[in-house]
Design a protein around this ligand. Structure first.
Ligand SMILES: C[S@@+](CC[C@H](N)C(=O)[O-])C[C@H]1O[C@@H](n2cnc3c(N)ncnc32)[C@H](O)[C@@H]1O
Length: 196
């Protein structure tokens, strides 16, 4: 018998996490996260990207690293509490806009040059991941670079495992798959239709 499908993780789950800690994943102090951010920036490249969307920006640690490579960076999260923390941290970044919304159905409508989905897609369920894939296809067709990063640990409470998400994206977007930067701890894939 196959395992029961889990529903996508709701915003309320993250609101509770941010209520108990202002840095629930130790982004500010974890060497693992710092190394992963450096690898993610290397895969993204120097830019500049006129318009970039960061999905699931959390408290804005990676947003601060990404913003200098972007003309305009829109950082999106469905947690109001996360966005308040990000807003306090990033108040002096003139090219950053914080947007509250649920991905993929409330993704800001425009053609992006860069879309980053770091540690967020495995919180979706299969129907929502299929919708996200369609949305990413449209962005790739419009010339975007798409970078996806996911933890490979045991998915005990998340609806999907990191490897499952990446295997599906790599299979579905094989023609645009430009870079596989996996490590023992995470998957890092870059999709791009253009030679840059
Ligand atoms: C584990 S954190 C990732 C933070 C950041 N991207 C990074 O890699 O450092 C996941 C964040 O994604 C947000 N999130 C999860 N599912 C989402 C969805 N469907 N739409 C928007 N935000 C979502 C959560 O609120 C949380 O802040």
């Amino acid at each position: 018998m196959s395992a029961p499908l889990r529903a996508r993780t709701p915003a309320s789950h993250f609101e509770a996490l941010y209520e108990s800690s202002t840095d629930p994943w130790d982004y500010l102090s974890s060497a693992y996260e710092s190394e992963k951010y450096a690898a993610t920036l290397a895969a993204i490249g120097p830019g500049p990207f006129a318009g970039a969307l960061e999905v699931g920006c959390s408290i804005g640690i990676f947003s601060a690293m990404l913003a200098p490579r972007c003309g305009e960076l829109v950082a999106m999260d469905f947690s109001a509490r996360a966005l308040r923390l990000a807003g306090a941290r990033l108040a002096d970044l003139a090219n950053l806009e914080l947007v509250q919304g649920s991905f993929p159905e409330q993704a800001p409508e425009r053609a992006w040059e860069l879309v980053v989905c770091s540690e967020v897609l495995y919180y979706l369920d299969r129907p929502a991941l299929a919708m996200a894939l369609q949305w990413l296809r449209v962005q790739l067709a419009g010339g975007a670079r798409v970078v996806v990063v996911s933890w490979r640990g045991p998915c005990t409470s998340e609806p999907l495992c990191g490897d499952e998400v990446h295997d599906m994206l790599v299979a579905e977007l094989a023609a645009e798959h430009a870079f596989d930067g996996r490590s023992e701890g995470y998957r890092l894939d870059c999709f791009d239709r253009n030679e840059r």
